[in-house]
Design a protein around this ligand. Sequence first.
Ligand SMILES: NC(=O)c1ccc[n+]([C@@H]2O[C@H](COP(=O)([O-])OP(=O)(O)OC[C@H]3O[C@@H](n4cnc5c(N)ncnc54)[C@H](OP(=O)(O)O)[C@@H]3O)[C@@H](O)[C@H]2O)c1
Length: 361
Amino acid sequence: MEKYKVGVIGGTGMVGQRFISLLENHPWFQLTVIAASSRSAGKTYEEAIGSRWALETPMPEEAKKMVVMNAEADIEAIASQVDFVFSAVDMKKEEIQALEEAYAKHECPVVSNNSAHRWTADVPMVVPEINPEHLAVIADQRRRLGTSRGFIAVKSNCSLQSYVPALHPLRDFGLEQVLVCTYQAISGAGKTFETWPDMVDNVIPYIGGEEEKSEQEPLKLWGRVENGVIVNAGSPAITAQCLRVPVSNGHMAAVFARFQNKPTMEEMKEIWANYKGRAQELALPSAPKQFLHYFEEPDRPQTRLDRMTEGGMAVCIGRLRPDTQYDYKFVCLSHNTLRGAAGGAVLLAELLCAEGYISRR
Ligand SMILES: NC(=O)c1ccc[n+]([C@@H]2O[C@H](COP(=O)([O-])OP(=O)(O)OC[C@H]3O[C@@H](n4cnc5c(N)ncnc54)[C@H](OP(=O)(O)O)[C@@H]3O)[C@@H](O)[C@H]2O)c1
């Protein structure tokens, strides 16, 4: 099979590095362009990264000698060389919105890790196992942008990728209220313990904007397509507290849930064990075979032991038990830069290709 040619915008950053390493040996995608800021442009990838390589695996050979392009100045040249781009840039929201729209208008689909366009009503925010039907709004977005190929699709915030998958198949029981407390890794801020020594032996009870995202983004994921836009779901009511904890990778969530028609614990575990989404039906290359893993051990899932379950793309659940105020409480875990960021975006791109939204030029 001829591979899709892929660019990574923001390829030198923490999420960008994950993209570059996930694209190494990808069966469908060929890394073709790396772009970043003017600070990196013109250097080889290896030079531009310097001492910033943050992954446990070595830098892919195919990337080392590639010359980094300027993501803002070289849009036309980049768009003409690739079938689509991944975007993971750290810029002001309005700048990211404009940059991603410029790529789309150059007929280059953008699969974005950034939050800038998550609330644009005709931009689908998709977890392939949860709301693949939202891709239908791409036709309306293309009409607005005046494009035939170009569009923007985004993935949701990393904090909610642990608990929303666990709650999703339980919505049939009339999920009414959710309280969640997240325990989030420092890589979620683009940091390591070397670059953020204040996090050693510490908890910081504040992550700017994260609680609002954790409470509101699930309602877009659970929304419906109506008149060419996504209309948010009206329930459940979600309240969230998000804490930064001294962990390199892996976001954990402690979840409390109340239902209109309370399921039994056996029903919940059976539903989790049997749940399959569109990514599993299509057997997409990055899809975990089992999306939701329930652990019976009382002290699992653990961040260090379980974050890499199925290549960091599965969601781990444990400690399901009755609660004194809600119906049930349980714990969830997902890898924030794999399922929660670059891996989730690669899976979304695979879905977009499989469903015919991205084609080869
Ligand atoms: N880390 C996570 O787990 C995570 C999870 C979900 C979402 N996100 C989001 O993903 C995005 C990237 O996060 P990150 O942690 O990877 O950030 P990061 O490590 O700070 O990397 C930022 C990237 O943006 C590039 N950049 C900065 N200014 C630019 C400009 N003016 N033009 C073009 N490129 C520019 C940088 O290039 P240079 O190297 O040339 O400066 C670098 O490649 C952010 O929007 C973040 O909120 C991160």
